[in-house]
Ligand binder design. Structure first.
Ligand code: NAP
Length: 281
């Protein structure tokens, strides 16, 4: 069994981004990312801080807009429109979830598709379906990069994704399909879930429930990717997979923390770099 080291893979992705950023800077171009955070959700604050740190590391300009929970829809949209116009901002990200009363879809749709480094805009989602895209959503793309780094081929494999969110589950399934996996998507209405997951050669858990995937749900030799970011009964960060009891059945498994999370941020850096290139050349 191999524990996939997301920190290590993400460090090498960020190193590559830093190198390319250096070259861009020699041509007078500094990639810029604007991150919008509305309200005071502590988990969102941690994610935003990590994104800022990564920007510093790779040499990007980063701007943070921390807005109060009382921000109106119009104020938020007006900020997005201003950022759309800015030449020095190549990527715009609005940290989700937004406080109640704000329309997430309207905000996503307001971001220029060229600056949509999360790849949540309808136009980018459609392009991913067609396999003709500039940006891929950060978490699923980060997972694919991690599989590649470990030489894990998807071709012809039985892949099972638990979760069908627009952010993780659905695009994850699509990317596995692009690489010729045979993909099943499971969700809260799926019957006999364990029967399906046991068949998986590659199992991706994106449920949002601590230790949801137990050893009896995993087949021998499976590759298990844990997207979950949950708190256990002691408040400790843990994934969707019961890591201690599942790991010995796996050929590969990602830990939480140190698995998918760092890859998500590394991919955001890649997308922002790409946005800067697309907008300048
Ligand atoms: P989400 O929007 O809440 O989606 C959860 C999915 O799990 C839904 O499709 C839901 O099914 C399904 N589900 C819930 N209970 C289930 C059950 N009993 N059996 C089977 N499926 C079930 O969450 P998300 O945004 O995709 O995120 C999932 C997890 O990943 C969360 O812990 C989140 O914090 C984490 N995450 C991590 C990263 C990272 O960088 N590591 C990035 C994004 C998200 P229905 O559709 O039927 O309701």
């Amino acid at each position: 069994m191999t524990i996939i080291d997301g920190k290590k893979v993400s460090a090498s992705v960020k190193e590559q981004v830093a190198e390319e950023t250096k070259k861009l800077k020699e041509q007078g171009i500094v990639p810029g990312l604007a991150v919008i955070l509305v309200g005071d959700d502590p988990a969102s604050r941690v994610y935003v801080n990590n994104k800022k740190k990564a920007c510093e590391l790779v040499g990007f300009k980063s701007e943070e807009y921390a807005l109060p929970a009382t921000t109106t829809q119009e104020e938020l949209l007006s900020l997005v429109r201003d950022l759309n116009e800015r030449k020095d901002i190549n990527g715009i990200l609005c940290q989700l979830p937004l406080p109640k009363g704000l329309d997430e879809n309207a905000v996503i749709e307001a971001i220029s598709p060229m600056k949509d480094v999360d790849a949540f805009h309808k136009q980018n989602v459609g392009r991913i379906m067609l396999g003709d895209y500039d940006f891929l959503p950060c978490t699923p793309a980060g997972i694919m990069e991690m599989l590649h780094a470990y030489g894990i081929s998807v071709e012809g494999k039985r892949c099972v994704v638990i979760g069908r969110s627009n952010i993780v589950g659905k695009p994850m399934a699509m990317l596995l399909l692009h690489e010729n996996g045979t993909v099943t998507i499971c969700h809260s209405r799926t019957k006999n879930l364990a029967e399906i997951t046991r068949e998986a050669e590659i199992l991706v858990a994106a449920v949002g429930r601590a230790k949801f995937v137990t050893a009896d749900m995993v087949g021998d030799g499976a590759v298990v990717i844990d997207v979950g970011m949950n708190r256990d009964e002691n408040g400790k960060l843990c994934g969707d997979v019961d890591f201690e009891n599942v790991k010995d059945k796996c050929s590969y498994i990602t830990p939480v923390p140190g698995g998918v999370g760092p890859m998500t941020i590394a991919t955001l850096m890649k997308n922002t770099l790409k946005a800067a290139k697309l907008q300048n050349f």
